[in-house]
Design a protein. Structure first.
Length: 112
């Protein structure tokens, strides 16, 4: 808004000061306005999914945080995959060595 002391000479200012609204408000106008305000203020009950989604949106909105989160998840995935692969490989190796010994020495056959 202008704070110019010469604004009394401004024709727009004079026209705005002289303008008066003669149309009455519709019936129950204020009540309807307050109802709309109350409806807009109704807060939905936050579910766990909504809370997690909101947290992810705020936490990962910065690029550096999102990249570090992605790198951490990638490292955890690679580490767990490597660890499971090593376990499976050692089991297969043990099974193959037992089978080899059983094929070479028939007395090593499992008894039923």
């Amino acid at each position: 808004m202008k704070t110019d002391p010469n604004q009394d000479n401004d024709p727009l200012h004079n026209a705005m000061q002289a303008w008066k609204v003669a149309t009455p408000l519709p019936p129950r106008f204020q009540e309807q306005v307050w109802q709309r305000i109350e409806q807009a203020q109704v807060v939905e009950k936050a579910t766990l999914w909504m809370v997690l989604q909101n947290w992810f949106q705020t936490a990962l909105s910065r690029r550096a945080v999102a990249v570090s989160y992605l790198v951490i998840l990638l490292m955890v995935g690679l580490t767990s995959g490597y660890w499971q692969g090593r376990q499976k490989a050692s089991r297969v190796e043990a099974t193959l060595s037992v089978r080899y010994v059983q094929s070479v020495d028939p007395y090593q056959m499992p008894r039923r």
